[in-house]
Design a protein around this ligand. Structure first.
Ligand code: HEC
Ligand code: HEC
Length: 426
């Protein structure tokens, strides 16, 4: 019996899930950590690892009746057939009671990161010079583009109550809908017949159920990309894909792997292509976002306005969390503000931001290129100009040619799930 201990019940916490995933990865080197946890039959007498809470959370995740409009579920924005990312190219989705309100941020994919996002932390360097020289004091972790939630159960209430999304006016409004859901009886069986008499507890349990679904359901981490099969030695990448990987890795070139980690972990876990660190990349302002019609409005990530606890330190302004690049090649919208709509434009932005800023930023009233225009002028110093490839000067040659960009895009496409390996030819 390999895993007598790895069994979930309604009480086991997120930490246990992470630990179990780690354990499984250590014991089964090469096997995708979470997939191993979810695999039935790891031990002969092990039940399929899926708690009652997770089963309820799954029903809630797909239940549009939990929204004020009756038309929007978590899955409307986090579409399972789009790697739990947005099903369309909208910079931000439309929601609210009338389904006409626009959010302010692009929908991230929920694949891979849910059980591996570290807790938010920010070890402050003592001095400015230390801050500039050290790299290990960067803020890291937490859920959301600004890392403002540490637990999935805390995050889950946000879209349910956000007027631009599922638009319930308060937790009780959610519970009223939940009590009418076809699975309400099951909810009572799992959490207690009188659970709805205690709204605070009922809401906590409901959010917990969503969290269990997010942590336990294997569809959040299938590890079925061509790259995963490549890491397991089951196939070879094409010459073009390998060229793309080299360009992606090169520390004095693309340098992408510095933040979008592509090495397997010491425990054999497959890489997620993010380090969960925060950076200000200077992504251009996106006029597609209605909030941006107000020239005084800026989404500054870590320093607000959505996140409020880090605003006193202005060096946090403009920083957003690095995201996983798994399945990114299937997306139609990129970066926190959805400014780009093709992968290749996103890659061009990285390598041409500084060599040809006029291509990416509009001109100001004086005809000068308004570089880093999605931040107030005084805060533009926060934008990363020290990590390759963001160090160049206007007029210099970009580190990548168009052909290089094709190659990197081909490599990133190997991160799409659902690859079917061809039978080996002998
Ligand atoms: C209207 C679209 C929309 C709906 C509906 C929605 N989300 Fe999201 N989700 C987003 C956006 C946008 C973000 C990024 C939010 C931010 O950074 O503030 C996000 C972020 C998240 C994250 C953080 C991911 C990460 O890697 O940090 C989780 C988890 C999540 N959503 C789960 C849910 C759940 C559970 C529901 C249903 C209760 C839900 N979402 C409903 C749009 C949506
Ligand atoms: C210094 C760290 C860093 C480096 C180097 C870096 N990235 Fe990123 N990447 C980030 C962060 C942070 C974000 C999110 C930023 C935002 O939305 O404002 C991001 C976002 C992205 C996105 C958008 C994904 C999505 O789902 O919206 C793509 C694509 C991407 N990076 C590709 C690359 C490529 C290709 C390279 C190499 C040329 C690279 N990155 C280098 C930190 C980095």
């Amino acid at each position: 019996m390999l895993f007598p201990a790895i069994r979930f019940n309604a009480r086991s916490g997120a930490r246990f899930a992470a630990l179990a995933a780690l354990l499984a990865a250590v014991l089964l080197p090469g096997a995708a950590a979470a997939a191993a946890v979810a695999a039935p039959g790891a031990a002969a007498d092990a039940k399929p690892v899926y708690s009652d809470a997770a089963a309820l959370g799954k029903l809630m995740f797909f239940d549009a009746s939990l929204s004020a409009s009756g038309k929007m579920s978590c899955a409307s924005c986090h579409s399972p057939s789009h790697a739990y990312g947005p099903p369309n190219g909208l910079a931000a989705q439309l929601g609210g009671a009338d389904m006409r309100s626009q959010g302010t941020r692009a929908v991230p994919s929920l694949r891979y990161v849910l059980n591996r996002t570290p807790m938010w932390s920010h070890a402050q360097a003592a001095s400015m010079s230390e801050r500039l020289s050290e790299t290990d004091n960067a803020p890291v972790g937490g859920f959301g583009w600004d890392g403002r939630f540490n637990r999935l159960r805390d995050q889950a209430s946000f879209p349910l109550l956000n007027p631009d999304e599922m638009a319930n006016k308060d937790p009780v409004a959610v519970l009223v809908k939940l009590e009418r859901a076809p699975y309400a009886a099951r909810f009572k069986e799992v959490f207690g017949q009188n659970i709805f008499a205690d709204p605070a507890r009922a809401f906590t349990q409901a959010m917990y159920a969503i969290e269990r679904f997010e942590l336990e359901d294997p569809s959040f981490h299938p590890y079925t990309s061509k790259f995963d099969y490549y890491l397991d030695g089951k196939l070879q990448l094409t010459a073009q894909e390998l060229r793309g990987k080299k360009l992606f890795d090169n520390p004095s070139g693309g340098n992408c792997a510095a933040c979008h980690i592509d090495q397997a972990g010491v425990d054999g876990s497959h890489p997620l292509f993010t380090d969960f660190n925060f950076q200000a990349l200077g992504v251009p302002r996106n006029p597609e976002l209605r909030a941006n019609a107000d020239p005084k409005y800026f989404d500054m990530g870590l320093c607000g306005p959505l996140r409020t606890d880090q605003a006193s330190d202005t060096s946090n302004c403009g920083l957003f969390k690095s995201v996983s690049l798994r399945n990114t090649a299937t997306r139609q919208v990129f970066f926190h503000n959805g400014r780009f709509h093709t992968l290749k434009d996103s890659l061009r932005f990285y390598v041409q931001r500084d060599t040809n800023p006029a291509k990416w930023y509009p001109k100001d009233a004086h005809g000068k290129v308004d570089k880093f225009n999605d931040l107030p002028v005084a805060l533009r110093v926060n934008v990363d100009t020290t990590d390759e490839p963001l160090t160049r000067k206007a007029g210099e040659r970009p580190v990548w040619s168009e052909r290089d960009i094709d190659d990197v895009a081909a490599f990133l496409a190997t991160l799409n799930d659902g690859y079917v390996p061809k039978p080996k030819q002998q």
